[in-house]
Design a binder for this molecule. Structure first.
Ligand SMILES: *Cc1c(COP(=O)(O)O)cnc(C)c1O
Length: 446
């Protein structure tokens, strides 16, 4: 039996020089820099022409009729919710394991969030849990393709159709991903996403929504873009009265430094995610048969992909490792490889007080239920299965360098296959539920 490094054995990656390009992100070249500098020198940061070109190109790439860019993904999601007609007293179903921006701003619209469990294998909304969440007030489902994994769109779309619900896709983790041969972002009535710098389509600070419905497009424009809310853009009847103002009272214009950057990034994006897929699929191929570590990965034979594999994860099945605590496991992987697998992903949202007690504008009731027909917080009790899921990151390889990727896999494998050596090791954090409210991507404040 090979002695684990954490117990004094020889580390798998001792003395290995990890090439910088294995993890380098975001990737930009001279064309990206030139595009940004041109905006800077022309003083067109607050203009619209570059943004409009980006929207056209993005819609074409996405395979939808319309795209509207805005300042960030959070705003794009709130806009999408308003655009499909969500209003005070309505309910939206959203998975509890996601980044807060998938649904927190629903509260600004008087909409109540009903949290659904995620499926333990996909980490996306569990179609079997939708019926439980349904009520006469349910109007929409927010679908998140979590960490790049496509949600079960066949079943979600069938459920939505049956109950006459709108579907919004949050594609922030999965730009360019495929579900059974069809691009993510083309299923929902409207799809919205973040293109901020750490996302796989990294464009600074930027959000975009896409749809095939001109009325939704018009509502997105009117909600955020005061200088585009006019007869040149809007054709939906009855909206004239409010031209020239942003209906949300917020200014959502994208900064053209970012849309210029987004135009050049989009040109190379498919090649970039193909490289990531090659690298991470290789890692998982090397991990075949390792106990306790379940790949968060899709069945490729169906024409599905993991997009840019945003923050790749594994599901930790500790019962296959004698109940080994995940903290001990992670420390042992670090000792072998120098890489500490970030634990837990996003904490379930329903446990945060912002969804339980916050009364944002003094209505005398928690914002989440301010206009609700029932106390949807009661339904959170059914979310224990999601709370119990343990997961952790694998290295986010951006380049296919098989000899080094294999070494990382060997490090994970060595720990998992020798877990018995660790069963007596103590860890202060043992048993603690891990995760964070925000993506752990910005590890340092700059
Ligand atoms: C990043 C992210 C957002 C928010 O986007 P920003 O551009 O940071 O505002 C929304 N949903 C998910 C799932 C995200 O990961």
């Amino acid at each position: 039996m090979e002695k684990l490094a954490i117990l004094g054995g020889k580390p798998v990656m001792e003395g290995v020089n990890v090439p910088e390009e294995l993890f380098k992100w975001p990737l930009f070249e001279k064309v990206d820099e030139d595009a940004v500098l041109e905006v800077f020198h022309d003083n067109t940061m607050s203009g619209n022409l570059i943004t409009r070109k980006f929207e056209e190109e993005f819609a074409a790439w996405q395979g939808r009729k319309y795209a509207v860019a805005c300042c960030n993904g959070t705003m794009s999601l709130q806009t999408a919710m308003w655009a499909v007609g969500l209003k005070a007293g309505d309910e939206i179903i959203c998975p509890t394991k996601t980044y807060w921006a998938s649904c927190l701003s629903a509260q600004n619209l008087g909409v109540s969030v009903v949290f659904a469990n995620v499926d333990k294998n996909t980490l996306c909304i569990d179609p079997d849990d939708l019926e439980r969440c349904l009520s006469p007030w349910t109007k929409a489902i927010m679908v998140v393709h979590y960490y790049g994994h496509p949600a079960d769109m066949d079943r979600i779309m069938a459920f939505a159709k049956k109950h006459n619900l709108k579907v919004i896709e949050d594609v922030s983790h999965a730009q360019g991903g495929m579900y059974k041969g069809r691009k993510l972002g083309t299923f929902g009535d409207i799809s919205a996403m973040s293109l901020m710098s750490m996302k796989s389509l990294a464009c600074g600070e930027l959000g975009v929504m896409v749809t095939d419905d001109k009325a939704y497009y018009d509502r997105c424009v009117a909600y955020l873009h005061y200088e585009r809310n006019n007869e040149d853009n809007i054709t939906t009847e009855g909206m004239e009265e409010y031209f020239h103002m942003p209906l949300s009272g917020m200014k959502g214009r994208a900064n053209q430094l970012c849309t210029a950057y987004a135009r050049t990034q989009l040109k190379t994006y498919d090649a970039k995610i193909a490289e990531i897929q090659k690298a991470i699929n290789y890692f998982w191929d090397c991990m075949e048969g390792v106990p306790g570590i379940q790949a968060h990965r899709v069945d490729r034979s169906e024409g599905s992909t993991m997009a840019g594999w945003y923050i790749p994860h594994f599901i930790y099945n500790k019962e296959e490792l004698g109940g080994l605590d995940i903290h001990v496991f992670a420390d042992a992987v670090k000792a072998e490889t120098g890489y500490y697998p970030g634990l837990g992903g996003n904490l379930p949202l329903h446990i945060h007080p912002v969804f339980q007690t916050l009364d944002l504008i003094g209505l005398g009731k928690p914002s989440r239920i301010a206009f609700a027909h029932r106390d949807v917080r009661e339904l959170d009790k059914a979310l224990a299965p999601t709370e119990a899921i343990e997961c952790a990151e694998i290295p986010y390889f951006r380049k296919y360098i098989p000899e080094v990727i294999k070494m990382y896999a060997d490090g994970f494998r060595k720990v998992a296959e020798n877990y018995q050596q660790l069963l007596d090791v103590q860890n202060d954090a043992e048993g603690k539920v891990e995760g964070q409210w925000y993506g752990k991507v910005n590890k340092t404040d700059k």
